[in-house]
Design a protein around this ligand. Structure first.
Ligand code: SAM
Length: 325
């Protein structure tokens, strides 16, 4: 685990750290990950709103873009997406033109292959192995331009990028939901967890939608969606859907809810999204959702809605239409 490894590093290799260091920490997952660092000289880079909210509440500075500001030390806690992990390492070399880069990760996040590749491209100072993961460090300047990641175009017109949900193309679940719901949507609605915008872009092809609230926690996905869903009827929110309330009760909500939190399975998130939908719909409104067939959402829908119907889905996905209480 990250906190154990960073504390071990500070105990055994204390010279790597100086109290005067200006530190940039990429992808801390929680305030706990920052506790062994001095908050005064720390800037974190995090794009997932619920974590940003926790960090900022604890008084930790948080950014979503790399500016001209330079640092002496970068720490990267790698995400599961290998392309994004490499891109963050590239950004670190830009933010720390002369200094030290520490890259850390659990084995389940793919740290070993990141280290194998780093060894081919730069001079590694050391690697330690601890608590089901590894930490590696190297000095800059280091030319890791090859790790820079760029958005790609999928299905002819949609832009996606490394690390966002379904970055290689359209999610088949969302495609099924569009087929089931698009013709029946009208009035004011919301897309909860809208990702890079596929669902919204497709349903907005119908003129009967008057306004659509687009809710997404991933800063990068939201920015992609602003281009992918280029429509005056849409209002974009970078926020935590679990804390979002519509300005007035809605006619419909569409969603393909998340069931992962920071790369780890968490089906209770889907249940929380169902609760958000129930409190934001008019009595005459409708929830349309798609989910992997194995996810047990029916009890939550029974608790928070008056009735629901399973519509034609697929072997892997179920589409549910539910009416509020
Ligand atoms: C299964 S994906 C669906 C994405 C998109 N609707 C689509 O069809 O491609 C779920 C989305 O919810 C977002 N998400 C996860 N937790 C969230 C939260 N607490 N608040 C808002 N969005 C969240 C994820 O970043 C992800 O983009």
């Amino acid at each position: 685990m990250f906190p154990e490894r960073i504390e071990f590093l500070q105990r055994k290799f204390g010279l790597l750290f100086s109290p005067d260091d200006k530190v940039i920490f990429f992808n801390p997952e929680s305030v706990t990950h920052c506790l062994s660092l001095s908050f005064d000289n720390l800037v974190t880079y995090q794009t997932f709103y619920p974590v940003v909210d926790q960090l900022e509440t604890a008084g930790i500075k948080c950014v979503q873009n790399i500016s001209q500001q330079k640092f002496n030390l970068a720490i990267i806690s790698i995400p599961k997406s290998k392309k994004l992990a490499r891109h963050l390492i590239y950004l670190a070399t830009k933010a720390v033109p002369e200094g030290l880069i520490i890259v850390d990760g659990n084995k389940t996040s793919g740290i070993e292959s990141i280290i194998r590749d780093l060894k081919k491209r730069t001079k590694i100072a050391n690697v330690i192995s601890k608590a089901h993961g590894k930490t590696v460090w190297f000095e800059t300047p280091a030319d890791l331009q090859i790790y820079e990641d760029f958005p790609i175009v999928v299905e002819g017109s949609f832009e996606t990028q490394a690390g966002v949900f379904s970055s290689d193309g359209i999610d088949p679940g969302s495609e099924i939901l569009v087929d089931a719901a698009a013709q029946d949507l009208s009035g004011a609605g919301a897309d909860l967890g809208g990702g890079w915008g596929y669902l919204s872009a497709k349903v907005l092809e119908t003129n009967s939608i008057s306004e659509l609230h687009f809710i997404e926690a991933d800063f990068n996905a939201l920015n992609l969606a602003k281009n992918n869903v280029n429509d005056q009827r849409v209002k974009f929110y970078w926020c935590d859907a679990l804390k979002w309330d519509a300005p007035k009760l809605l006619d419909f909500i569409i969603m393909n809810p998340p069931f992962h939190y920071l790369g780890k399975a968490m089906p209770s998130l889907g249940v929380d999204f169902i609760k958000v939908a129930s409190r934001n719909l008019k009595k005459s409104g409708t929830l349309w959702m798609v989910a992997n067939r194995h996810l047990p959402y029916e009890d939550a829908i029974n608790d928070h809605f008056s009735s629901f119907t399973e519509l034609s889905g697929s072997k892997k996905f179920k589409v549910i239409r539910a009416k509020p209480k």
